[in-house]
Design a protein around this ligand. Structure first.
Ligand SMILES: Cc1cc2nc3c(=O)[nH]c(=O)nc-3n(C[C@H](O)[C@H](O)[C@H](O)COP(=O)(O)O)c2cc1C
Length: 411
């Protein structure tokens, strides 16, 4: 049992009981599932993207495929899902019901339209229904119903600003979040367009357009439907580093609230997202994989972290890591080289091979002792040897870069 402490945070004018909410996904496509999640302890949910009445949604199954490792089966999840089959008239009823049942939780809804009238109809109906937040999907990778077919709305700076302004006009005082894609040349320009359009925040970001894999015997892509497949949206842990950069770049350059989303698989990942500027964190693949109960671990992990670090509130974390992120030119270039703890070394030779064929041929191999030896004159301190050492016994001198980022089941 963990020590309870207050982990509430203000997000766009609403007090959330924790920074953790469900993102628009299959988990938020049925009202009872959302109710279960909120009872389990999630601070809120964004209902799966809805559209105007009569909009055709061509869902194809099977829609999921994944890639993984022996120990981590769902390292990345690909889907060819689209928006919800439920239209606005159903979603506004759900918003009213959920707001009544869970007045203290954040009830948001996601929308997607193809023209001004659609976007504004969706936004104003949700506002009248009492939604706490309206999130706009400008980044569905399966082709948006936006400006140009096949192109995500958020890939156009002009369209982003224009459609944001339409939605904000109709949403009025209800906060608007724009869900963007990291797949652009300049994320900062897109974020600035969102701000100029008048949105209250950015959801950074979404799934990443991908092609999950090809069966090399049948040459069929995954997920396969009668031998054919399509491009999918990649989610889950595999995309976390992309999200981290996206949030950081926006936070460093644009003064706007950020909701972090894409690849968070633990409370630690959430803390990282917040440390580079996210005020809260949305989860999709994690609860789809392990169930709504993961919220207990997310909350207890955050509580312990705050205690250990001496922070009083989750808001203390927001943006704290940004001052450590510099451009390449700004970084110092220290003199360092690797130090191998030969007592703990298992003699596998991986560091020697990596340095010989991918480094600076600075690690020699002592055949008699079956141990590596660093030639300090040749070693530049690139740290490639550290990355491949299976037992983590290589460090950089001066305590530089002395920790490798590991993701293990125990984290
Ligand atoms: C099967 C599936 C369906 C999704 N449907 C939507 C959707 O309707 N609208 C939306 O904005 N995002 C949708 N998403 C994207 C998620 O909300 C989220 O942005 C993405 O999965 C990245 O977060 P994660 O790595 O925590 O899963 C969907 C994701 C998955 C896996």
């Amino acid at each position: 049992m963990y020590k309870e402490r207050d982990i509430s945070i203000n997000f766009l004018g609403r007090n959330l009981d924790s920074p953790f909410i469900l993102s628009a996904s299959p988990s938020t496509d049925e009202v009872e599932m959302v109710a279960n999640a909120l009872r389990e302890g999630w601070a809120g949910a964004i209902l799966k993207t809805t559209s105007i009445s009569g909009q055709q949604v061509y869902l194809k199954n099977p829609m999921m495929s994944s890639f993984g490792t022996m120990s981590k089966k769902v390292f990345g999840l690909g889907n060819i899902d689209l928006i919800s089959k439920y239209h606005i008239e159903e979603i506004e009823e759900r918003v009213k019901y959920l707001k009544k049942e869970f007045p203290h939780k954040l009830i948001g809804a996601s929308i997607m339209g193809s023209k001004k009238e659609d976007w504004q109809t969706l936004a104003s109906r949700l506002r009248k229904a009492g939604a706490d937040i309206i999130e706009c999907s400008f980044s569905c990778p399966q082709g948006s119903m936006g400006e140009e077919p096949g192109k995500m709305l958020a890939q156009s700076v002009e369209a982003t600003e224009k459609v944001t302004a339409w939605v904000k006009e109709a949403a009025d005082k209800t906060p608007v979040l724009i869900k963007i894609t990291p797949q652009v040349t300049d994320i900062v320009e897109v974020a600035k367009a969102v701000k100029r359009g008048g949105a209250d925040g950015i959801t950074a970001s979404n799934t990443i357009p991908s092609l999950l894999s090809i069966n090399i015997k049948t040459l069929e892509p995954y997920p396969t439907i009668f031998g054919e497949g399509s491009y999918s949206g990649l989610s889950g842990f595999a995309i976390k580093p992309i999200t981290l950069r996206t949030i950081a770049e926006i936070a460093k350059n644009v003064d706007i609230t950020i909701s972090g989303n894409g690849g968070a698989y633990s409370w630690r990942d959430a803390v990282e997202f917040m440390s580079v500027g996210a005020t809260n964190v949305q989860f999709c693949t994690l609860p789809m994989h392990y169930g709504f109960r993961v919220i207990r671990d997310l909350k207890s992990g955050l509580m312990h972290y705050l205690e250990e670090q001496g922070f009083t509130s989750p808001s203390d974390i927001v943006g704290k890591a940004l001052s450590h992120i510099k451009s390449q030119e700004e970084l110092k270039n220290p003199e360092t080289h690797s130090q191998i703890d030969t007592e703990r070394c298992i003699g596998c030779g991986l560091c020697y091979i990596a340095c010989r064929d991918g480094g600076h041929t600075a690690i020699k191999w002592n055949e008699d002792e079956r141990r590596p030896k660093v030639d300090e004159d040749k070693c530049t301190g690139c740290a490639m040897c550290m990355q491949v050492c299976p037992v983590s016994v290589i460090k950089m001198e001066e305590k530089l870069n002395s920790e490798i980022y590991y993701y293990t089941e125990e984290r």
